[in-house]
Ligand binder design. Structure first.
Ligand SMILES: NC(=O)c1ccc[n+]([C@@H]2O[C@H](COP(=O)([O-])OP(=O)(O)OC[C@H]3O[C@@H](n4cnc5c(N)ncnc54)[C@H](OP(=O)(O)O)[C@@H]3O)[C@@H](O)[C@H]2O)c1
Length: 322
C-alpha cells in the first residue's frame, strides 16, 4: 500500500493547511511525526480524531527556532513537509523581524539542517505565491510562472512583511538544498480556502466570513487566486513522490473577482445577508498565474463552488457566521 511504513514529519501539524496534509498522509498509510508548539492545547484536538491517528500519528513539541526540538521530531523520518510559518493579520505586525522573518527564514534553515543531520531524503517546503507575484519588472500581460520571483528589495520597500518572509524563506530553502545535496522541492499556493479540520479560525479563512459581516471594505484584495486546502494536500504529496529535486511549483486553481464570488456563489447559497452593492475589483489587482507545471505532474483540482460551499459550512459549524 502507498506510504506503508514510511515515516515522515509535518511541521506545524495543527495548522489549517498542515492538518489536511496530515490527514492525507495518514490515509495513505504513512507514519506521521507532527510538530506542535503547545501540547495539551485543545486547538490540536482534531488531530487525534483523524483516521489512523491513534496508531500512526505521533506529536512532538517543537518550535522553529529551537533546533534541538526539530531534530527530535525529524529523527527517523525519510521525508519532511515543512508547512509551519507565521501567517498573522497584517494589522498585528509590530516587529516584523521577530514575528515573521526570523521564524520563517531561520526556522526553515533549522528544519533543513535537522533534515540533513537525520539523513532525510526529501523535503517539501510550503512557500506561497507571495514569493512569486511582487515583481515590478515582470511584463504586465505575461502569465506568472515558476521563473517569476518577488523582488525582495521591492517587497521590503512596500513593508509587506509576510511577502518578504515567504520570499526569503523559499529562496534560502532552495539554496540550502543545492549547496548541501538535500532534495528540496517548494510549492507556492495561492490563497488557501476550504473546510477547516481544526475548530479555530486561521488568518486566510477569515476572508469569506468577512463577506457576510459587512467586512468587504476591510478586504484589501478584491481579486482572488485561490486553491482548496484538500487539493493543496494532494499537490504536496504528488511533488513529494514525483518531482525532480530543486523544483518549484505554483499551486493555484481559480482566479475570480470578489464581486463574482458574491454574485455567483454567496448570494445563491446565502441570499439573506446584506451584501455590499459597491463591489468591484480593478484590472490592476488581477493576477495571472499558471499551475501548468503542477498539472503536468498529474495534479487536478475541484470546482470553486465546492470549495466555497464546504468552507462556509465549516465556518457555520464552529459558530463563526452566527
Ligand atoms: N493560508 C493561506 O492562504 C496561505 C497561502 C499561501 C501559503 N500559505 C502557507 O501555508 C502554510 C500554512 O499556513 P496556514 O494558513 O495553514 O496557517 P496556520 O493555520 O496559521 O498554521 C501555521 C502553523 O505554523 C506554526 N508556527 C508558526 N510559527 C511557528 C514557530 N515559530 N514554531 C513552530 N511552529 C510555528 C503554527 O503552529 P502552532 O499552532 O503549534 O503554534 C501553525 O500550526 C504557511 O507556510 C503559510 O505561509 C498559506
Amino acid at each position: 500500500m502507498a506510504g506503508e511504513n514510511e515515516r515522515v514529519c509535518v511541521t506545524g501539524a495543527g495548522g489549517f493547511a498542515a492538518s489536511w496534509i496530515v490527514k492525507l498522509l495518514l490515509s495513505n498509510n504513512y507514519i506521521v511525526h507532527g510538530t506542535i508548539r503547545q501540547p495539551g492545547d485543545s486547538k490540536y484536538d482534531h488531530l487525534d480524531k483523524l483516521e489512523k491517528a491513534s496508531e500512526n500519528l505521533k506529536l512532538f513539541k517543537a518550535d522553529l527556532l529551537d533546533y534541538e526540538s526539530l531534530c527530535l521530531a525529524i529523527s527517523g523520518c525519510t521525508g519532511v513537509f515543512h508547512v509551519a510559518s507565521p501567517v498573522p493579520f497584517p494589522t498585528t505586525i509590530t516587529d516584523p523581524e521577530v514575528q515573521l522573518l526570523e521564524p520563517a527564514v531561520k526556522g526553515t534553515l533549522n528544519v533543513l539542517k535537522a533534515c540533513l543531520e537525520a539523513k532525510v531524503k526529501r523535503v517539501v517546503v510550503v512557500s506561497s505565491i507571495a514569493a512569486v507575484v511582487m515583481n515590478p519588472n515582470w511584463p504586465k500581460d505575461q502569465v506568472k510562472d515558476e521563473s517569476c520571483w518577488s523582488d525582495p528589495e521591492y517587497v521590503r520597500s512596500t513593508k509587506t512583511w509576510y511577502y518578504l518572509s515567504k520570499t526569503q524563506a523559499e529562496a534560502a530553502a532552495l539554496e540550502f538544498g543545492r549547496s548541501n545535496g538535500l532534495e528540496v522541492v517548494t510549492v507556492c499556493p495561492s490563497l488557501i480556502l476550504g473546510p477547516l479540520l481544526q475548530s479555530t479560525m486561521n488568518t486566510s479563512s477569515w476572508l469569506l466570513p468577512m463577506c457576510f459581516k459587512d467586512g468587504f471594505e476591510k478586504i484589501s484584495f478584491k481579486y482572488w487566486t485561490l486553491v482548496d486546502a484538500r487539493d493543496l494536500a494532494e499537490a504536496l504529496l504528488l511533488v513529494y513522490k514525483k518531482s525532480e529535486a530543486g523544483e518549484r511549483y505554483i499551486c493555484t486553481a481559480h482566479a475570480i473577482g470578489l464581486e463574482e464570488v458574491v454574485d455567483k456563489y454567496l448570494k445563491i447559497s446565502h441570499p439573506n445577508y446584506n451584501y455590499s452593492q459597491k463591489l468591484t475589483h480593478t484590472e490592476e489587482e488581477e493576477e495571472k498565474l499558471s499551475s501548468e507545471k503542477l498539472e503536468r505532474l498529474g495534479w487536478s483540482y475541484r470546482p470553486l463552488g465546492e470549495t466555497l460551499i464546504d468552507s462556509i459550512e465549516s465556518y457555520r459549524k464552529i459558530g463563526v457566521l452566527d
